[in-house]
Write a protein that binds this ligand. Structure first.
Ligand code: ADP
Ligand code: ZN
Length: 617
């Protein structure tokens, strides 16, 4: 991050800010230490400075405005566009004993009046407000005569026309800045490229020197790509050890969403569908169940996910290719907001890539958008076919380069072995040539492996010199070889002609022996599941009694949450439950040491959990 030499304050004063902030983190939130950069930003704001903060999802942006909002005098105003989630955000703060309220258009007049009264009585610490409400004159009036401690703007990229989610209402927020020139403003977002960031700063009158960018890495997400074979079987293999966990399965079409969610339900999963073809009631109901329950698998098109900030989404699986690497970063990024281990799983087949290529169409010189789309597709295929670290490829896309592997993606965990495939590549290309460059992958493989079909007979391809020449490899080996040859563009795909293969310059180099071909071996062990929530609590491989106790605590959490009509994670995160299993606190004093147990939660839930820990039956 750039150095921030804005206001030079005495060292003692800085230390006081840091101490107060840490005390608040411990007492209110029950967390032992700040995450990287949180303290830096908090101290910057506590001194009265404004900033734009770009931090990846789950890194802990909210704390960065909540703590200064609580510690500075007056009301902290938080502008947040997600009305549907405002209630949950406010519930989570109330659970910590913070006097948080919200104002939005879904409230009745009576509710609005009640909040206004509390404001005037000085009984509000944090006030959440929707942007369309914040720009109405009534909102400013309701705060007349009040001290404002800070103005926080969540999802701040919405203010910029360069961003992909521009919201006209956000433009009006500049007005609040003018009305409160001495109030520090913290604009936070997880997605902002450079032009967007600078635009956000400019719109809010924040200096470019006060833009904090902490990187795009999501270290707790494990990236895995599988060459698509039998997608359902692969998905089941992936989900088998994840029963009871919340996750999202993205599919390319509505039809597939319906069939996959039905099939997962038949297999005993709490699977629900979500796509734009369902009526809004069903969508709202399914979304609510996903947010409120712990073990729902949402099977969805990309219509689902915008602004879903459920923290304990443990996996995001893609059964079909996303549109671009950028889209993949966003969609997979909905996993693991709580910082605990999560998996981004992608099943990738050459057929998908060919289909997308056909959908984009053959671009002519002037059709720049098609070229752009094709380039994006190639970057995505590059990611899928990579033999190097997947995280590094993803971060490279955002301009962050790294030399060493991350140790938490499939290629790092199980380094890819390569083999010299020059000879089979030559067989394959020669077969493409001998069959007249008119057929797709399937037929070429039939000829190479000598599989009699109606087509091989009709065209007399069983008479060719390449007939059965590739017998030593199975058809799945051939599928892997051909997919990689296409991905590496060592053979061309005719877009207009149903994906028939044709030779290109590179193919001829291989055929003539002036170019060798290194391909990946593709039989890999499945990646192991290791939860950092458990690991952090000192539990690597939970024994059955430990898991059983965790389940009991989870049930208790669910019933306490249901009583109050709040989502379970608002009561405690999984991390706290595992910490209880590991520490087995026997009294309130010990219980206070559990991660995520602040003063209020100790008072509210200590007894109930202690009792369960002592007598789980
Ligand atoms: P973001 O808004 O950046 O996506 P949040 O602010 O929602 O992320 O934080 C993600 C999770 O991490 C929340 O559950 C939050 O309580 C937790 N968290 C934030 N800061 C800390 C910390 N210093 N120590 C432990 N947990 C933290
Ligand atoms: Zn890696």
């Amino acid at each position: 991050m750039p150095p921030h030499g804005k206001t030079t304050v005495p060292q003692e004063q800085l230390q006081t800010h840091i101490d107060r902030a840490r005390k608040c983190l411990r007492e209110v939130y029950g967390y032992a230490e700040f995450r990287p950069h949180q303290d830096e930003v908090i101290v910057h704001v506590m001194q009265g400075n404004s900033a734009v903060l770009v931090m990846p999802t789950g890194a802990g942006k909210s704390v960065c405005y909540q703590i200064p909002g609580l510690l500075r005098d007056g009301i902290g105003v938080v502008v947040s566009p997600l009305i549907a989630l405002m209630q949950d955000q406010v519930d989570a703060m109330r659970q910590l004993g913070v006097r948080a309220y919200y104002q939005n258009s879904m409230q009745s007049a009576a509710e609005q009046n009640q909040v206004r009264e509390l404001i005037q009585k000085g009984e509000v610490d944090l006030l959440y407000v929707a942007p369309e409400r914040a720009v109405k004159p009534g909102f400013m009036q309701s705060l007349e005569g009040c001290d404002i401690s800070l103005l926080a703007i969540d999802e701040a990229h919405c203010i910029s026309q360069w961003g992909h989610e521009f919201r006209p209402d956000y433009r009006g927020l500049a007005m609040l800045r003018q009305a409160w020139p001495h109030v520090p403003c913290l604009a936070v977002t997880a997605t902002a490229d450079e032009p967007t960031r600078h635009d956000v700063a400019a719109q809010l009158g924040i200096s470019r020197d006060d833009v904090f960018v902490t990187g795009f890495d999501r270290p707790n997400i494990q990236y895995t790509v599988l060459p698509k074979a039998d997608a359902r079987k692969q998905l089941m293999g992936f989900l088998a050890s994840r029963r009871g966990e919340a996750g999202i399965v993205y599919c390319g079409t509505r039809k597939r969403v319906d069939s996959i969610s039905q099939w997962l339900s038949d297999q005993g999963f709490e699977a629900l569908p979500y796509h734009a073809g369902l009526n809004s009631e069903t969508r709202a109901r399914n979304q609510k169940r996903f947010l409120r329950e712990d073990d729902v698998v949402m099977v969805a098109t990309v219509a689902f996910g915008m602004g879903i900030d459920k923290p304990n989404v443990r996996f995001v699986a893609h059964l079909d290719l996303p549109k671009s690497l950028e889209a993949y970063y966003q969609e997979s990024g909905r996993a693991g907001r709580d910082g605990e281990p999560a998996v981004a799983w992608l099943s990738y087949g050459l057929g998908d890539a060919v289909q997308i290529r056909q959908m984009i169409g053959e671009p002519s010189d002037e059709q720049t958008h098609r070229w752009t789309e094709l380039r994006k597709l190639d970057q995505l295929i590059g990611y899928c076919e990579s033999t190097g670290c997947r995280r590094n490829m993803l971060l490279g896309y955002f301009g962050e380069s790294r030399d060493v592997g991350c140790g938490n993606c499939d290629t790092c965990l199980h380094p890819v072995e390569t083999w010299d495939a020059t000879v089979p590549a030559q067989m394959f290309l020669s077969c493409v040539r001998r069959t007249g460059e008119r057929f797709g992958v399937g037929h070429i493989i039939d000829v190479l492996t000598g599989r009699e079909t109606e087509k091989t007979q009709r065209y007399g391809h069983n008479q060719l010199p390449t007939w059965k020449v590739g017998e030593e490899y199975g058809s799945s080996d051939w599928r892997s070889i051909s997919r990689q040859l296409v991905a590496m563009q060592l053979v061309g795909v005719e877009i207009a002609k149903y994906g028939s293969l044709r030779l290109n310059e590179a193919s001829w180099e291989v055929l003539k022996g002036s170019r060798t071909v290194e391909l990946k071996k593709e039989t890999r062990k499945p990646t192991s599941k290791r939860s950092r929530a458990k690991a952090a609590a000192g539990i690597e491989n939970p024994s059955d009694p430990q898991t059983a106790l965790f389940e009991r605590l989870r049930d208790l959490r669910a019933s306490l949450a249901a009583e109050q009509n709040v989502p379970p994670y608002v009561v405690f995160h999984d991390r706290s439950l595992w910490d209880m299993v590991a520490q087995r606190p026997a009294n309130l004093e010990d219980f206070a040491q559990v991660s995520g147990v602040g003063a209020k939660k100790l008072e509210r839930y200590g007894e109930a959990f202690l009792q369960m820990l002592q007598d789980p039956e």
